[in-house]
Ligand binder design. Structure first.
Ligand code: FCB
Length: 412
């Protein structure tokens, strides 16, 4: 039996655009509806979480989970510049209240990939006014909302650093020039205007500045709320002889952000896989190893490795704000969670300060450019009736959360 600390948080995560539906004032909505589109399909009604949040939170609580990480949507709260929707803020207050009624700790994310279309059209993170603009929205939202204990300013602030190199090159090939052109027509400028494709200097300057200003704005209204940023961190490994390349990748993708936020209340670690760099500079999953439907190497132990790395570099408390497995084989999902937690437990015993674990995701949802096909959820959903179904992994994870321990044989 592997026991976790009493105060350890056990939760699941979602993001507004991926679950709510009808996020019509956002840049992604516009881009999904471009012809042709970079997106496999449209988000549409998503899983109608905007209206079903109460039942979804009740299910999360019934499973035995004690925390829910969700995002509030800037594009709904400020659909036009300076026009703040109190009705939307009231909606998010009801989400927080639903958590509190069920004894679930609400963890709020203020930005999770999507921007209001007007922000993107003004340049997104490449606009010199971005940080002020984001902080003004955070200030307004934080002033209105109460009852949350933990806040994430920006989800995976460093992801664009990874995406531009690892994905953009692969996604934006000659065949997709038409998609890119259609997207750029909507944005009134380059794809850099969306968060996912923001250039590196925009991330390390505007992005980090936006995080700091948002953190201060949230703290000014809620001095006791713990505030942090979340980062996408892959377990970076190398073949013998390529250690310097691994170190370069670490510096390029994580170094600046980690150093900038070391010493803050917490760092949100989000790990899905590992990447192995070879001596010739090529990188990717280790050949011959199983992959998930996302094309990631199926490697639950990657999480403990990244937590070690983040802890060694920053000595800052960690919350695992996302970790999960995509695919239809729910038995494998259970094994993945158990294995990730077994290794995480060991890392904690070795001194890594981890305060909680949020599985991605509570429910199958809109996986951005890939559409609805990849299934990460603990719960499934029939999108024609919007009926939820509980997967065995939800029950298994709920049992672990309730026991605050992993029983049975430790997973390999
Ligand atoms: C992360 C995102 C999250 C989800 C998972 C699979 O990068 O933060 O929204 O899409 O990947």
């Amino acid at each position: 039996m592997l026991k976790f600390p009493q105060a350890f948080m056990w939760g699941a995560a979602t993001a507004a655009h991926q679950v709510e539906g009808g996020n019509i004032s956002s840049d992604f909505w516009a881009l999904e509806n471009a012809t042709p589109s970079l997106f496999k399909e449209r988000s549409g009604d998503a899983v109608d979480h905007y209206h079903r949040f109460n039942d979804d939170i009740a299910l999360l609580a019934a499973l035995g989970l004690g925390a829910y990480r969700f995002s509030i949507e800037w594009a709904r709260i400020e659909p036009e510049e300076g026009l703040f929707s109190q009705a939307t803020l009231d909606h998010y207050q009801r989400c927080i209240d639903a958590c509190l009624r069920h004894d679930v700790t609400p963890v709020l994310t203020f930005h999770h990939f999507t921007l209001p279309l007007w922000v993107a059209r003004r340049g997104g993170l490449t606009d010199p006014a971005f940080a002020n603009c984001f902080a003004r929205y955070c200030d307004r939202a934080a002033k209105s909302l109460t009852g949350f204990e933990i806040a994430c300013t920006i989800n995976e602030l460093n992801l664009p650093l990874l995406v531009r190199e690892d994905v953009m090159v692969r996604t934006l090939n000659a065949d997709s020039v038409a998609c890119q052109n259609a997207a750029e027509a909507i944005l009134g400028g380059p794809l850099d205007r969306t968060f996912l494709f923001a250039p590196p200097d925009a991330i390390v300057n505007q992005g980090l500045d936006a995080h700091r200003q948002a953190r201060d704005a949230i703290r000014s209204h809620h001095p006791n709320v713990k505030v942090g940023v979340t980062l996408a961190i892959q377990d970076e490994q190398s073949e013998p002889g390529a250690e310097h390349l691994r170190d370069q990748r670490r510096e390029r993708y994580y170094g600046a952000c980690l150093d900038a936020v070391a010493g803050e209340d917490f760092i949100g670690v989000q790990t899905y896989t590992r990447v192995v760099v070879r001596a010739d500079g090529r990188f990717g999953p280790e050949p011959g190893h199983p992959l998930t439907v996302m094309g990631y190497e199926d490697r639950p132990q990657a999480l403990a490795e990244t937590c070690h790395y983040v802890w060694q570099r920053t000595r800052t408390p960690i919350i695992v704000t996302e970790n999960g497995w995509a695919g239809d084989d729910d038995t494998r999902r259970i094994a993945f969670i158990r294995s990730a937690l077994t290794k995480l437990h060991r890392a904690m015993a070795e001194g890594v300060d981890v305060r909680g674990y949020f599985y991605w995701s509570l429910i199958d949802n809109f996986e951005w450019l890939a559409g609805y096909a990849p299934k990460f959820g603990l719960m499934g959903v029939d999108r024609t009736t919007q009926q939820r179904h509980i997967k065995p992994s939800a029950v298994a994870f709920g049992e672990i959360a309730q026991a605050k321990a992993l029983s049975g044989l430790p997973e390999k």
